[in-house]
Structures are given as structure tokens and as C-alpha cells.
Design a binder for this molecule. Structure first.
Ligand code: PLP
Length: 412
């Protein structure tokens, strides 16, 4: 082949690979998406990175994180410091962080992990513990319907030398869980007991920021009872990606090894770390307003007779409209038909830093209108409210404009 022929072949290869990903209306598309997010109650994972965040992120260091990237290292050290731990490790996601955390704790089978049956590690990580660690999960239903107690834990703990059992090696708690705050004194009691038995404590702290914002407790105090904590930047804090696992130095060193093994050794992560740092500085304090808006939403629902099955302790409200003769799919449908549509899941409402207060009012009005229509059609609203049971989670979740009556749940 002549050199000109080869050159033209190469030019074709490059031409085929080149790709302008931006649409002709990209800026408008983004504005539309930002508006949609402000009127979506699906999750706080949908929050949009702002121009200010990305301007800051673009200034971050540009090293390769498998060889210890400076901005990423700084973020890891900072999160370790505020949580009172020796070291931190940046992770691609909360799921990866939890799974590697547990894998790193588990040394030699047989072993098991005890958690609340509603825990993300149990229900929404695709059975990862069995896959990655070959460990069973001992799932516990909290007797009080809100949070596990030491008594719940003691009842289900597997200890001793009976060869039929898989001894509990880790107790994994979640705070917040479904937006509810785990009482710290109960966590301390569980932790003291666990440690007295040589059992490790892990926290899925994807939304531990909300607990600190709401209670004013320091991150260190909240994290002290745990050997390892996974904290997310991409939920309530509004960063685009990333979580951080913190714990003792030797433990994090081992976790770094597992992260590589899991395929999670990333390269130029500086801009992700800087986005997280921006979120910590600028978005974390906004959580107080988020919680106030969630409480406003709850009150609006209560005022019109909606049942609340899990109240607004932080950013989530779980509701039940059946006392008004209204069901979720009617609400979802009506909200989606508004001039400025609202996106909803089933029973779970999540308020986030970009939620529009108007969307909250519009959502309440949708239910009010539907309730009035039902009344006119002869429905007698029930004064018996659905019990707050704390056991509901993302039981019904919307995946389309017109959902089926029972919708499959979705993680996040
Ligand atoms: C409590 C909790 N833990 C862990 C995760 C997993 O995070 P990711 O979606 O980043 O894997 C989520 C996701 O929303 C979560 O809500």
C-alpha cells in the first residue's frame, strides 16, 4: 500500500471515530432538564451539577488516581479528618463503596452480615454481598418499625461455635434510612456490644450529611461508633459522582486493593473530587432548607387528610392517599399532565437542593383536586389514617408516564 493510500485509510478511521456529542440545542436541552429536576420527586441522585461547580472542578489537579491523584488524595484526607478516621478512599459509587467496605471486613468464611431488612445493601445492591463476598445477609425487621435496637440485634446475632451458623462478622447500619434518623444513643449501644463481641460496625452513610445538618452533631460524633463508613457525594450533596469510604489506615489500604480488583481504580478523578469538595462547601448547608421544604410538603399533605407512613425527618416523606379515595397512579398521571409536569414515584417523595418550592405546592394541589373530585363522586374520606409503620420503602416506583397499577421499584 502506498503512503498516500495508508494516510487516506487512517483519515477515514479517525473520521469514523470522531463524534460531536452536543446537540444543536444543548444549552436549551440542559435548561429543560434542570427545570424537570426542580419538579421531580424521584430521588436526590438526579440533582444537576451547576456551572459554578464545573468551573471549580476544571481547576482541579489532573493526575492519574491509580498513582495517587493530588486533588483526590486531598478529598480522601479531608473526609477522613472530618469523620475522625485515619484514611479515606474515593469510590465510583455508593454501591461500590459499601460492597468493598464489607468485602474488606470479611476475612474467612463462614461469616455473615447483619442489617435492617430495608437496608440498601440488602435490597438495592443486586445481591452484591453474596456475589462479591460469598456471605449471607442476616436481615432484621426492627421491632419498633423505625430503627434497629440493641435488643433486635442481640436476637438475631449469630455467635458461638455451633457449626450450623454463619457467625456475624459485621453489623451494617444505615443513617439516614428512608430519610429517617437513627438515634445516636442506640447506635452507640449496638456498637459497644458489637465491639465487645469482636464484631465490626459498618455504616452506609450515603445520607449521613442530612443527620449532621438536622441534629447539629459533628460528623466525627456520628461516625465514632463505626469502624468504616461509606459517604456519598452524589445524593443530597448534589455532586455528579462519587463516594468516600473511611476507616483505619490498614483497612483502607486493603480496600484500595479490592477497589482495583473490582475494576474501580479510576484515572483522572481530580474533577470529580473537586465537584465533591464544591458540594461539601456550598451544598451541604442547603440541606437545612431541603428538610424545611420536606416538612412543608408533609404538612400540606396532612392538612388535606393524606396518611403519612414515614414523616419528614430529613428529605423524604412517604405518604398514602387512600384515606381520600385516591391512588398513586392517579396522582402520578395527573401530575404528569400539568402545564409544568411533576415527576413522582409511588409512596416515596424526595426533596433535594434543586426542588422548586412551587413544585411542592403544585403536588399538594394535585392531591387536593383529586380528593375533591372523589368527594363529589360520593367517596367518604376515611378518618382512619394508615399506620406509620416505617417498613415501606420504594415499594411502588414509576418508570414511565403511565405506570401500571403496581410498579416495579427502582434503586437510588
Ligand atoms: C442509602 C443508600 N446507600 C447506597 C446507595 C448506592 O449509591 P449508588 O447509587 O451511588 O451506588 C444509595 C443509592 O441511592 C442509597 O440510597
Amino acid at each position: 500500500m502506498t503512503i498516500p493510500d495508508l494516510d487516506s485509510k487512517r483519515a477515514k478511521v479517525f473520521e469514523q471515530a470522531g463524534f460531536d456529542i452536543l446537540t444543536e440545542t444543548q444549552e436549551l436541552d440542559n435548561e429543560k432538564q434542570i427545570k424537570e429536576v426542580s419538579r421531580s420527586f424521584l430521588s436526590d441522585t438526579i440533582t444537576v451539577p451547576t456551572k459554578e461547580m464545573y468551573t471549580y472542578a476544571a481547576l482541579a489537579s489532573v493526575g492519574d488516581d491509580v498513582y495517587h491523584e493530588p486533588s483526590t488524595k486531598a478529598l480522601e484526607a479531608h473526609v477522613a479528618k472530618i469523620t475522625g478516621k485515619e484514611a479515606g478512599l474515593f469510590m465510583a459509587s455508593g454501591t461500590m463503596s459499601n460492597q468493598i467496605a464489607l468485602r474488606t471486613h470479611l476475612k474467612q468464611p463462614p461469616y455473615s452480615v447483619l442489617c435492617d431488612y430495608r437496608a440498601h445493601i440488602n435490597k438495592y445492591e443486586a445481591g452484591g454481598l453474596a456475589f462479591h463476598s460469598g456471605a449471607p445477609m442476616i436481615t432484621v425487621l426492627p421491632a419498633n418499625g423505625h430503627h434497629l435496637t440493641l435488643s433486635d440485634v442481640e436476637t438475631y446475632l449469630v455467635t458461638g461455635n455451633d457449626i450450623h451458623g454463619a457467625p456475624t462478622e459485621v453489623i451494617a447500619l444505615e443513617n439516614t434510612l428512608n430519610g429517617t434518623i437513627f438515634p445516636q444513643d442506640e447506635i452507640v449501644a449496638i456498637s459497644e456490644f458489637a465491639h465487645s463481641q469482636g464484631i465490626k460496625m459498618h455504616l452506609d452513610g450515603a445520607r449521613i450529611w442530612h443527620v449532621a445538618a438536622e441534629t447539629g452533631m459533628s460528623m466525627k460524633e456520628l461516625c465514632d461508633p463505626f469502624d468504616s463508613i461509606s459517604l456519598c457525594f452524589s445524593k443530597g450533596l448534589g455532586a455528579p459522582v462519587g463516594s468516600c469510604l473511611v476507616g483505619p489506615k490498614a483497612y483502607i489500604q486493603k480496600a484500595r486493593w479490592f477497589r482495583k480488583l473490582f475494576g474501580g481504580g479510576m484515572r483522572q478523578t481530580g474533577m470529580m473530587a473537586a465537584s465533591a469538595a464544591f458540594a461539601l462547601t456550598h451544598n451541604f448547608p442547603k440541606l437545612l432548607d431541603v428538610h424545611a421544604l420536606a416538612r412543608r410538603l408533609e404538612k400540606g399533605l396532612v392538612d388535606i387528610g393524606v396518611g403519612i407512613t414515614s414523616g419528614a425527618e430529613t428529605c423524604m416523606v412517604f405518604y398514602d392517599p387512600t384515606p381520600l379515595g385516591v391512588d398513586y397512579s392517579e396522582i402520578v398521571e395527573r401530575a404528569s399532565k400539568l402545564p409544568d409536569p411533576i415527576k413522582l414515584a409511588g409512596s416515596r417523595i424526595v426533596v433535594h437542593i434543586q426542588t422548586s418550592p412551587q413544585a411542592v405546592e403544585d403536588f399538594i394541589n394535585v392531591i387536593r383536586e383529586l380528593a375533591e373530585e372523589k368527594k363529589k363522586a360520593g367517596f367518604v374520606p376515611s378518618s382512619v389514617k394508615p399506620k406509620a409503620n416505617g417498613h415501606i420503602y420504594k415499594d411502588i416506583y414509576v418508570r414511565g408516564v403511565k405506570p401500571p397499577p403496581l410498579m416495579p421499584f427502582e434503586k437510588a
